[in-house]
Write a protein that binds this ligand. Sequence first.
Ligand code: PEP
Ligand code: MG
Length: 557
Amino acid sequence: MSEPLPGVGVTPLSGLGTARWYRPDERPDPESVEAAAPETERERFADAQAQAREEIETERENTAERVGEEEAAVFDAHLQFLDDPQITDGVDEAIEDGAAAEAGVARAYGSAIEQFEGMEGMMAERADDMRDIRDRLLRILSGGERMDLETLPEGTVLLAERLTPSDTAQLDPERVAGFATATGGRTSHAAIFARSLGIPAVVGVGEDLLAIDEGADVAIDATNDAVIVDPDEETRERVTTSRDIEVRSEPVETADGVEIEVAANLGTTAELDGAVDQGADGIGLYRTEFLFLDREQPPDEDEQFESYVDALEAFPDGRVVVRTLDIGGDKPIPYLDAEAEENPFLGNRGIRRSLDEDSDLFESQLRALLRTAAEGDGRLSVMFPLVSTTEELDAALDAVDAAAESLDEEGIEYERPELGVMIETPAAVMMADELASRLDFFSIGTNDLSQYVMAASRENDAVAHLHDPLHPAVLRAIHRSVEAAHDNDAWIGMCGEMAGDPSVTKLLVGLGLDELSMSAVTIPEVKAGITETDTESAEELAERALGASTKLKYVKR
Ligand code: PEP
Ligand code: MG
């Protein structure tokens, strides 16, 4: 067995199989292709566009069927980029200057890719969409065949420098034991699709991945963020048995009888079935921004209403927490024309935009949510992201009142949902008492809270050791928020990635959280952990962790 290659596990699953390399980029250098007359090259480009359009439309249909309608919307964005005059004019100009269609495509899409890469977070990942289209066009122009990703031999571990969204959407979870890529991060589309499809996946492994031989035995140990070549017996057993944890569809309690709600984080309603299958008690975080991404227009009130009602209907006995739009930062939306910011994570994002330039969107979202609440016997909860001040909260509450008033005037049925905020900023922690006194609940977003408490970007590998919620500074922020919530008769959950890490379940029980919300795939293991935990010993563990001056390993189970 070789040393495990570290990467970023994007699904808490593992798998074992035979390495198969996917190298779609191996084709002639576009700049070395000899150009025919501009007219011929223009025709070649138009033909390639037409074929690409056909392929994308087919893939859109297949993805809608296999992954979900909302995920399939990424292909609408591809169709849009395929005809985007800003890019196609660039291709035409290059051809006019004597380049072959290949070179025109490589140059025009290359500069668009560079522009997107210069941005942060999710916007940078739009560069992947551009690469996807460029590579598709180059393959078509060179007459190349595609590897059929839908019918890979069973037990394949797919290895690639990078996988595009359309590559990932084609993978069949029944056949593919897992995949690993040299590049990519947690929020790339490849990662999001892998989670939706339940495929073990480790991304961002780096150059070392490239040395793995075709046909090698490879374990994808996404739970431990590693790829292992020639795994030993013990590793094989571990990675092939970790899927078999009992699914508990009922709410669970600790060994001494304290009930803790275990809910699922939801990106799109396509993930609802998976959440139910894994035994979620409800939805603890519905990230509604995915409804708004990868399309040309925002969804209207009715379309939103339908999606929120779908979530409620999937959990007839559970609570559904919908978060209002959290865009900006790492999740800008192209049609909203957000200014590029030097420091987007410290800039105009979350509730700040909703109360200002996106107030129209906020209003229609609140109206859709208030209408949904009337359908759900009080099971709908609404929360606001990235709140830092009581003024912001009061303004958001005023917006809820205004939405209610407008529905009233129009005679449309609605109810007031439970209201809460995400605890994601140190300011919210410091003001938790005042915030809680106005609210029904909090949900701690440890992904952002860790980056803001520790001043360490969640996107920068160089400071990943600091961006860790196990630092006592972050644990104390969590503790303070829990106390403030409970002092004000509010409940408190956690929906950052920490909540879904089974190795800290005992600590989180000890910190007093009432609810934990996570990617659906980790629910069975966290539920099992809760049933094995005794609150008294969990509280002792939490006390030791809170009293520590350094990040200590013993906070883990
Ligand atoms: C968080 O910040 O922990 C969180 C759950 O929100 P998001 O990851 O969507 O920013
Ligand atoms: Mg957040």
